[in-house]
Design a protein around this ligand. Sequence first.
Ligand code: PLP
Length: 413
Amino acid sequence: MFQGTDVQAKREFQVGECRRPGPSTQAVHAGEPRQNPYGSVTTPIVQTSTYAFPNTDALESFMAERMFWDKPLHQEYGRYGNPTVRAAEEKLAALDEGNDAVLLSSGMAAVTLTLLILLRPGDHLVITADAYRRTRTFCNTFLKRWGVDVSVVPPGDYAAIEAAIGPTTRYIFSETPTNPFLYVLDLERLVDIARRHNVRTIIDSTFATPYNLKPLAYGVDLVIHSVTKYLAGHNDLLAGVVVGRGDLTVPLREAQAMFGAVVDPSAAYLILRGLKTLALRVERQNASALAIARFLEEHPKVRRVWYPGLSSHPHHDIARRYMRGFGGVVSFEIKGTDEETRRFVDALRIPRIAPSLGGVESLVEQPAIMSYYEMDPEDRLALGITDQLVRLSVGIEDTEDLIADLEQALERI
Ligand SMILES: Cc1ncc(COP(=O)(O)O)c(C=O)c1O
């Protein structure tokens, strides 16, 4: 049966006689059944909303046997489980070295459902600033409305993080690297603080990817990714994932069955397909972004560059300790007016002006006119989001072409 081979294949792959597989081998093979129906090499798209039982006895024994949400492949109805979705979850769990993964309909579904399910009225949450704006808005509006107290602290200020923890604090939530300034957390230090206070940690590792960083290996309790970005990698779908141990993912899976934030089997197939090239894509994006950051740092029309691979970044040493590569996002400030910054962005021929990041196509945005547009300009400036700030998500185009494009656009200022 599909269900049995799925679990078995993953185990055999992980504990086989051969050496521990590298990130690319993992990305291609982990989580997927070795033997598929019809001998298909690729995991089939099981495009169904429901599952038929051969007779009433079979239905009854299925119902008697099922151990509800700690049995991830709940093959009874599409909202409760699907083999293609499950294969994508197994691969994502393997890449992040977790015991379990829950795939949801978007990164925000993953963030919001996790926090809603794990927190109760009266609980306190510590989050770091410089996070994806919708996540901060969710914490500061929805969670507060439901009686969850929230403290926002600067990333990298461990004294402030510890000082914010009180008797009702249950979780610390942070991104690493953060958006848009790419601050990197000292995860061992964060986990040490959290454990001393009996608090759990959740890391949104979207900007890092499991290729560059594995937060669970440092004792983090849950990892979240917007799969929309590097993991799916092709700017063609929305999804999110939560990876961790079973005790935290099982209640989430149960809630997902109620909230219905599931992924369509076709999208799950595209995720599996995208993940196979994760290591190749991220290696290229790491290398190109570093070359571009170095180029920009030397350019007279650029005031400042934020990239954790540069020694000028305040968290360069931490990034070197934790990350295999420094990711594909480079943020920089143009030395010029708002008008000149717009002219530079509009002159770019390869990157498209669009939100999002991590895909094969390079994307560019001015955060002040994109995610921070609705914010009061003074509040925006207080966060360091100037009109001259540009965020570039480096795709997999040739590095030399991207640099030449940036060079010609900078000449237009
Ligand atoms: C760090 C981070 N987390 C979560 C999200 C939300 O992901 P999605 O757009 O897949 O809902 C984003 C989106 O930009 C993000 O940048």
